[in-house]
Design a protein around this ligand. Structure first.
Ligand SMILES: [Fe+2]
Ligand SMILES: [Fe+2]
Length: 314
């Protein structure tokens, strides 16, 4: 359990303030917030039956490069069968509506991270079905983004240090929101929300902890891969599949992620679909990253402070 000072507020979608900025987030403080809603029972709904999720998933999976990697009908059926068994509480599902309306990237991203991580977990985690259900990796891994102002999420020029900090706030915010809705801060979904930006060498955020949990690592790698393959506002276009895999290979070389997850990802990209342990990773770099990419570049502070905005999401 982290004891960290929250730099920004954490609010639910219906604008209930769970923690104001500068709160020291302790187990006791979080427990008190969870307790305040312990008597409430949330209705749940299968992920695939919610809104247009089923139709949208099938549409995304029919596009490249998903279509090549999930090309096999059985693979898609298996994936949908797992999706069918995953239920979320309505407030968590409503975050999908929010993203679909205001940040389409995050909407498709959370669904596809679910797809990638299910595929990889099948190879790497013995009891993967149960693990996927618990990790609830769909809407929950980035649910904390509802606490990040949309102009920061959509900015096309370099972020300032404080904007970057606000963006990174989504990991802690996600941890609190997932704990609040699951009514259990030990739930795997909370760990996923908190640690999916941590790395094996301790270079990630929010705590700079060594990433050890195999399921969280699978989600972390799925998260990176999916983000590379999608258009992002801060670069000229998406990475092509080869260059994206090379970027992730570089991360494995630096011990930021593990080789087995990379090998599983590469195995699904090969036509022969070998077992991941039989995959040899090519050291050859042939890819071309997008020409414009300001990710990681820090801009001078701007005069407008996001904390001064009338509404945290505007
Ligand atoms: Fe994230
Ligand atoms: Fe993500």
């Amino acid at each position: 359990m982290p004891s960290l000072t929250l730099r920004h507020p954490i609010r639910t979608l219906d604008n209930q303030l769970l923690f104001p900025p500068e709160t020291l987030l302790t187990e006791e403080a979080l427990d008190a917030v969870i307790d305040s809603r312990r008597a409430d029972s949330y209705q749940t709904c299968p992920l695939l039956s919610y809104g247009s999720v089923r139709e949208d998933c099938l549409n995304f999976l029919s596009l490249p490069p998903y279509a090549t990697i999930f090309g096999d009908k059985k693979e898609i059926d298996d994936l949908l069968n797992i999706f069918e068994t995953v239920h979320f509480s309505i407030p968590i599902l409503q975050s999908l509506d929010y993203f679909k309306q205001h940040d389409l990237y995050t909407y498709t991203h959370v669904l596809m991270v679910f797809a990638w991580s299910t595929l990889l977990a099948k190879d790497l985690i013995p009891d993967y079905e149960e693990c996927i259900r618990l990790a609830a990796t769909g809407p929950t891994h980035d649910i904390g983004k509802i606490c990040v102002p949309l102009p920061i999420l959509k900015k096309t020029t370099p972020l300032t240090k404080s904007e970057r900090g606000f963006g990174e706030h989504h990991a802690l915010a996600g941890y609190v929101l997932a704990s609040y809705y699951c009514k259990d801060m030990q739930h795997l979904a909370c760990k996923v929300a908190l640690d999916h930006h941590e790395r094996r060498d301790g270079s990630g955020y929010p705590r700079g902890r060594v990433l050890r949990d195999p399921m969280v690592e699978i989600i972390a790698v799925s998260d990176i891969y999916d983000a590379l393959l999608k258009p992002r506002p801060y670069r000229s276009g998406p990475y092509d599949n080869r260059t994206a895999l090379e970027e992730i290979t570089e991360m494995a070389k630096q011990n930021k992620i593990g080789w087995d997850v990379l090998k599983a990802l590469v195995a699904h990209n090969r036509k022969s679909k070998p077992h991941f342990e039989e995959v040899t990773i090519s050291a050859e770099k042939r890819g071309t990253p997008p020409s414009y990419n300001v990710y990681g570049i820090i801009a001078e502070e701007e005069k407008i402070d996001p904390k001064g905005k009338a509404h945290p999401r505007e």
